[in-house]
Write a protein that binds this ligand. Structure first.
Ligand code: GAL
Ligand code: CA
Length: 349
């Protein structure tokens, strides 16, 4: 009898030990990725889509042994606010940061904070200059190649002009154009404009620049600037090159407001392929856009966030210039817009 009792007690102890050991092991294996995202301005259409996709994708990487949390802060256009937000995110225990700088030339305070606390940073969308990215070996960048988007916009405009002689409405053999630019100093503003215009010229299109206006990626500002331009040039404008879709749509809003008939409208080109931009391509108010692959960028940011914290998967990441990941752009017209609309819907489901 005694022997049996001993045996039973022994079994119980053994079981407890096994259960406890498993518990310990699980606790050991449970890794936490706490991502702090700092965004320059969440009212930006492209960025809000990118952030939605990022949340979806990174949450999809979590499992029993990997707990993922995401905290997003909006700097609403102030670098000082963003510096404070980054400090708060680090204090709250974030072990990786995704930073969309307000002023891409001013990341030093954020880099110092991160380095002092050994929290790696993945910059995204607003590219720091190369020297800043070299300040510490746990700094990365995810984005896209501005030059490529400009070239593609120029090619789309070239094709449209060669296919449709009515774009040269005054038949002077030249295309009178205006540019709506994003923020001064942003890598996607000047570089897109230069490359779009150079591409048109090198394809033999004769151009006459009427004007350019800065509208900070913003639809309402672009509408306002365009109303001024229309007031100045009336129906002389034949082509509008906008550095993003929201500004192209703002330009279209201006013509609508002023009741311009379709035959007096210029052709409009954007960049991004936002949901509203793609709709405008389908109904032919926007002639073309260049897809800024937010799903691809979000996926790269999500995988890299996990890899830099856990150390796993780092070998599989293909960097350019040691620390950067650039996702390719793609041309969008009425012919293939459906594919991109489906891509967005699939990613959302
Ligand atoms: C660009 C994008 C713009 C705007 C900007 C913000 O890449 O085309 O629409 O979102 O980033 O930094
Ligand atoms: Ca002309």
């Amino acid at each position: 009898m005694r022997v049996r009792k001993f045996f039973a007690a022994g079994c119980l102890l053994f079981l407890c030990a096994v259960v406890c050991a498993c518990g310990d092991e699980r606790a050991d294996r449970l890794e936490r990725v706490q991502v702090g995202v700092a965004c320059y301005n969440q009212s930006d259409t492209f960025l809000s889509g990118l952030l939605t996709s990022f949340r979806d994708q990174i949450n999809g990487l979590g499992n029993d042994s990997l707990e993922i949390t995401v905290t997003v802060r909006d700097a609403a256009g102030s670098q000082k606010t963003q510096n404070d937000q980054v400090r708060e995110l680090i204090d709250a225990g974030c072990n990786v940061l995704c930073v969309n700088l307000v002023d891409r030339a001013d990341p030093s305070e954020i880099i110092d904070l991160a380095r002092d606390n050994d929290v790696p940073i993945i910059f995204f969308n607003r590219e720091p200059v190369a020297e800043d990215l070299m300040q510490w070996d746990r700094l990365y960048y995810v984005g896209a190649d501005a030059e490529q988007s400009g070239i593609m916009q120029g090619e789309l405009a070239t094709d449209a002009i060669l296919e449709n002689s009515r774009i040269d409405r005054n038949k002077d053999g030249k295309i009178q154009y205006v540019v709506l630019e994003g923020e001064a100093g942003h890598q996607d503003a000047i570089i897109r404009t230069e490359n779009a215009v150079d591409t048109l010229r090198s394809n033999g299109i004769e151009l006459e620049k009427l004007s350019y206006q800065i509208a900070n990626w913003n639809r309402a500002q672009a509408q306002n600037r365009m109303e001024q331009l229309i007031g100045q040039y009336h129906s002389r404008i034949e082509l509008v090159l906008a550095n993003n879709d929201d500004m192209a749509l703002g330009a279209i809003d201006a013509y609508k407001k002023l009741n311009y008939t379709e035959s007096a409208l210029p052709v409009f080109f954007g960049i991004d392929g936002t949901d509203v931009g793609l709709e405008a391509i389908v109904d032919s108010t926007l002639a073309g856009t260049v897809y800024n692959d937010k799903e691809g960028q979000a996926e790269a940011m999500a995988k890299l966030s996990v890899a830099v914290v856990t150390g796993e998967g780092m070998d599989a990441v293909k960097f350019e210039k040691d620390r950067c990941i650039y996702l390719p752009y793609a041309k969008v017209t009425a012919e293939n817009a459906g594919e991109f609309i489906r891509k967005g819907q699939q990613a959302a489901s």
